[in-house]
Structures are given as structure tokens and as C-alpha cells.
Design a protein around this ligand. Structure first.
Ligand SMILES: [Zn+2]
Ligand SMILES: [Zn+2]
Length: 368
């Protein structure tokens, strides 16, 4: 069967530039990819197009093809003399052959690690230093990560000549392709210890308990995580470590209701304290504080402690504490108490209960 002209296959002119050839091939490769195309002969055409591209993208072989035709390039060890630059095709070929065509993965990078801690609301407000004791894959202390036994030399890997990668020819519907894989002998590192470290068996890392201090920033909210870059599991043989994510659970504090950076508290005044004025101990995020309430303090009144809330996480300013006044009314009275209150009521007039801002208005302003 006569072979189709390479230029025709790619749909370019005989004087097409390298860029035009590459662009044409890229478009056809996408179109004819057997995973995408429904055409029964897509795979065969894909292969032909790839072959055409392989010849025309090489100046030398293109010149020979132009001069002598298919015969000149057919016997040249197609797919063995040189190999296509497949990096831009990786996304197409990945799904077909399982990936790994472009580049090689060297020593494995460290995985991210997770930790969880519980802190009090007050610590969330002030920020807190936490000492963690974690089981993490860590750089081996004996060999300091190079995987060599003490005193042993580290030699260049003979298998890959120190490059860490092996070039491998694989069969595919496109014919034979070059595939770069990490060198198995040296795990992609290019170097091999003369004698492996006995502690980590040459891997350069092993699980270890590790103490780590973590600063939890002020203003953190329940469920947020702090990322500590590079403090996750160690990478293999010098590859970068993963990150550590410390998830923070803020224990609920029954004295406070948190809303963003603000906190709400309530304070109970008896009817006499509210009427006569009083100084009471009120909890704040930074400890108890004394608050003075004027005579005639009304239920539903809100006292704002400016800056008494939580700081804005990684920002400026902080929220407020809003103290909601509750007035407790006696539930049981002795005969004497009842008489005294009746006496008081007889003496009280309209001016005693001079109306101020209504209770509902106060409540609304609390949720501003
Ligand atoms: Zn070691
Ligand atoms: Zn090697």
C-alpha cells in the first residue's frame, strides 16, 4: 500500500515552517486521539500523522524525505534513532498509556501531615503557643538524609550515569515511543551509597516522633487550620518536605457567644442592683473584670466593651464584647418582703418609671 505524503497527512505546504508543522500536528493529534475520536480508523491515522510529524520536525530527515521520499527515512530506524518531543502531548497520551511520558519523577517529595488541637476561646483571642509531639516521617539523623552508612561514600549511579532517569522504549499505538522513567536502582537520585544507612535502610528518612512548637495566631476560628510550610513528612533523599496542617478546634465557652470577632455575654442584676446601681464581676476574654452599673440600669441594656472581642485574624483591629443586662425578678417573697415592695409601690409614681429607650429598641441595637 502506497504511503501517503507526509505533508498531505499533516495538511501543510511543502515549505511549511517548523512552527506550522508542529501546530498542524498538535491539532490533528487532538482530533484523532482514539479516546476522543469516534472514527474506527482514528488510531491508525493518529499513528500515521505522528510518523509524518516525526520526520518533518527533524531538519535532517525532512531534507532526506524531500529529496528521496519515504524510502530515505523508512530504513533509518524509525523511533530508535531519535524520539519525538512528547512533552506537549502528555495530556493526550496520559489517558491512553497511563501517563509518565514527559519528565521523570525523582525522589518522592514528602507528604502533607495533619494534626488537630483543641484550644480555649481565650487562647483563640490572645494567640497561643502549642507544643506538638507528632509521629512524622523525618530525615534520618544517622545519615542526615543521604542514605549512606556512616563513613560510606556516595557513588554515582552506574545504571543512569547519575542522571536519575532512564530512557526506555515502549510500544504504543503510535509505534515505539521514548519514555523517561526514574532510575530504579538509585530511585531517581543519581547517586547510590556505597553501603546503605542501617537505620533507614538507605531511604534517608524514617518515621520518628518529632516535637514541634506551633504558634496559633490570635483571632483563629473553630475549624480553621494553620499551615506550617515544610514541616510535614520529610521528602525522600533530599526531596522537599510536605506541609503540616494543624486544624484548630476552639472549645465552646459557655460564658460567651462568639459571632465573628465579637463576643456576647450576659450579666444578671437583681431588681435592687438595677435600681440602686452596682459593681459586678463580668467575664471577659482576658479574665474577669469589674463593671459598674448606674442606678436605673434597664433590662436589655447593652454595655459595649470596645476591643473586648477577638482580633481580626491576620488583619488589623479587633471585635467588641457586648454585655447584655438581664434583670432578675424575685420568684418567692416572704411576708415581710412582700409588704416592703407593696410599701415601695405605694410611694412610686410615674416619674419613678420614666420611660427611656424601649426594650425592643435596645435589643435591636445589640444586633447591629
Ligand atoms: Zn539513614
Ligand atoms: Zn540511577
Amino acid at each position: 500500500m502506497a504511503k501517503q505524503d507526509y505533508y498531505e497527512l499533516l495538511g501543510v505546504s511543502r515549505d511549511a515552517t517548523d512552527g506550522e508543522i508542529k501546530k498542524a500536528f498538535r491539532g490533528l493529534a487532538r482530533e484523532l486521539h482514539p479516546d476522543v475520536s469516534g472514527e474506527p480508523d482514528a488510531e491508525e491515522r493518529f499513528r500515521e500523522v505522528a510518523e509524518a510529524y516525526e520526520v518533518l520536525s527533524d531538519d535532517d530527515r525532512r531534507a532526506r524525505y524531500d529529496r528521496y521520499g519515504h524510502e530515505a527515512v523508512a530504513g533509518q530506524g524509525f523511533h530508535t534513532e531519535r524520539f519525538m518531543d512528547l512533552s506537549f502531548l502528555d495530556d493526550l497520551l496520559g489517558s491512553l498509556f497511563g501517563g509518565g511520558f514527559a519528565g521523570a519523577t525523582g525522589p518522592e517529595a514528602g507528604a502533607d501531615a495533619q494534626a488537630a488541637i483543641d484550644i480555649d476561646l481565650a487562647d483563640a483571642a490572645a494567640g497561643v503557643h502549642i507544643d506538638l509531639d507528632l509521629e512524622l516521617v523525618s530525615t534520618c539523623e544517622v545519615c542526615e538524609g543521604d542514605g549512606a552508612a556512616p563513613g560510606a561514600d556516595v557513588l554515582t549511579c552506574e545504571e543512569c550515569q547519575g542522571t536519575g532517569t532512564l530512557r526506555q522504549v515502549v510500544r504504543s499505538p503510535l509505534g515505539q515511543l521514548m519514555r523517561t522513567t526514574p532510575c530504579r536502582k538509585c530511585a531517581g537520585r543519581g547517586k547510590i551509597p556505597e553501603r546503605p544507612c542501617p537505620d533507614c535502610r538507605g531511604r534517608g528518612r524514617r518515621p520518628m516522633r518529632r516535637a514541634l512548637g506551633v504558634d496559633i495566631p490570635a483571632g483563629i476560628d473553630d475549624g480553621q487550620a494553620v499551615r506550617i510550610t515544610g514541616h510535614g513528612h520529610a521528602g525522600e533523599l533530599g526531596a522537599p518536605a510536605g506541609d503540616l496542617y494543624v486544624r484548630v478546634h476552639v472549645r465552646p465557652d459557655e460564658r460567651f457567644v462568639r459571632e465573628g470577632n465579637d463576643v456576647y455575654t450576659t450579666v444578671d442584676l437583681t431588681i435592687t442592683q438595677a435600681a440602686l446601681g452596682a459593681t459586678l464581676t463580668v467575664p471577659t476574654l482576658s479574665g474577669d473584670t469589674e463593671m459598674t452599673f448606674d442606678p436605673g440600669t434597664q433590662p436589655g441594656e447593652i454595655v459595649v466593651l470596645r476591643g473586648g472581642g477577638l482580633p481580626v485574624l491576620q488583619g488589623f483591629g479587633r471585635g467588641n464584647q457586648r454585655v447584655l443586662v438581664n434583670v432578675t425578678v424575685p420568684r418567692r417573697l416572704t411576708e415581710e418582703q412582700r409588704q416592703l415592695l407593696e410599701e415601695f409601690d405605694r410611694l412610686a409614681g410615674e416619674e419613678t418609671y420614666e420611660p427611656g429607650e424601649g426594650f425592643f429598641e435596645k435589643l435591636k441595637s445589640a444586633f447591629r
